[in-house]
Ligand binder design. Structure first.
Ligand code: AKG
Length: 179
């Protein structure tokens, strides 16, 4: 249920990559860069929101040279993980077909004492992010390196605003750049 590609991407994937670049450039115009929305800032609920992707990542060429397509049947998801260090910062995930909730929780490195970390530790907090079909996750910086992401589609774990989501087949396309 997984296909990978390394190196030059196929034309359809280059089109997606170009659309991601365009979407990011236009979100830079919409977002107040002095006050970007931060993970954990919105009553614990996170819908897709414009995020300023750092411009030095946008200028790399190619933007992505590795992709994974994952196909999940209802009930299937992916365990909590941080993507391998062989990939650069700046990872994109396009979500298709079924809505789902991706959870983020902070890696316990035992040293940081910032507010998010204290909160996440004391409440064993998992931050839910709602992904509708067509949504784009951009992970960079702390979200890429010190937060794990997971999708648990076992019964009872896919709740959004108190309602269990109806699951269908889900496909995701993850785009990364080899370090
Ligand atoms: C991965 O392939 O490493 C992912 O995290 C995929 C996540 C997803 O399916 O949305």
């Amino acid at each position: 249920n997984q296909a990978m590609r390394f190196g030059e991407l196929q034309p359809w994937a280059i089109e997606i990559s170009d659309s991601i670049r365009d979407a990011v450039i236009s979100s830079h115009q919409d977002v107040d860069l002095d006050h970007p929305m931060e993970l954990g800032s919105c009553n614990g609920l996170h819908e897709a929101s414009p995020f300023p992707f750092p411009s030095h990542l946008l200028s790399r060429n190619p933007l992505f040279d590795q992709l994974i397509v994952n196909l999940y049947h209802p009930g299937e998801g992916i365990c909590a993980h941080v993507d391998l260090m062989r990939f650069e910062d700046g990872i994109a995930i396009v979500s298709l077909e079924s809505s789902c909730v991706m959870h983020f929780n902070r890696v316990d490195e035992g040293t940081t004492s910032d507010k998010d970390h204290d909160n996440a530790q004391s409440m064993n907090m998992k931050i839910p992010v709602y992904l509708t079909p067509g949504s784009l996750v951009l992970m960079y910086g702390e979200a890429r390196y010190v937060w794990k992401h997971e999708i648990n589609r076992k019964p009872g774990f896919q709740k959004w605003k108190g309602q269990e989501l109806q699951q269908k087949r889900r496909i995701s396309i993850t785009l990364r750049k080899l370090a």
